[in-house]
Design a binder for this molecule. Sequence first.
Ligand SMILES: [Zn+2]
Length: 248
Amino acid sequence: MDWLDLPVTTVFFYALLTALATGLGALPFFFIKNISPSFLGKSNAVAAGLMLSASYNLIFEGYKENEWMTVIGMLSGVILVVLANHWLENKSTLELKDVVGGKKKDILLFLGIMTVHSFAEGVSVGVSFANTMEFGIFIAIAIAIHNIPEGLAISLVMVPKGTSPIKAVGWSIFSSLPQPIMAVPAFIFVETFREYLPFGLGLAAGAMIWMVFAELLPEALEKCEPHQIGLWITLAIIGMSAFQILIG
Ligand SMILES: [Zn+2]
């Protein structure tokens, strides 16, 4: 069998595409120097809406097979992400701007922080492909679009400090690399232990919902009015619902 035809390769390929989409967030900086903070706030709100919509879909898919296992998965997901976050916060208050041009150790720690964030997203892509190919592509697209504002946020920190836009593209993609790396083992695990699929779907949803309210919303609130955030989150969810109907 050709390795290109393996399902694992497909999952890796799609998860890699979602990571590459993060680089698109740096593109505006090739043309303009400054991006208004309120634009970033709205982008964060859209990212939050996409993640909430994806989480809802993960739970819905889990319920089709085993409701309680989905709920237990959600609980495990939130416990896992809270513990990982707590552990990393104790280790360092490192931010991206400290890492750029920094030591190898700092870069590794930054990757650790990004791994926690990308963990849920990578697992979502992996378990969704284990559910069905179509659902996997749907979730991968949602995560890919949501990654663009994340790349924008990263570039917004780096470019005004003198990083070139092309390097900002590289760092943005780098920050999402844990996604393809997490997607593959999640896919293999759920493919092997098919009966735990609802657990995996719930786990990813629980961790992503936490991420929306612990990270994306506070970031959006720094730059935007609550009524605008509400509007853009709702529009993103409506957009995802319409997209889902369109692709059947
Ligand atoms: Zn994210």
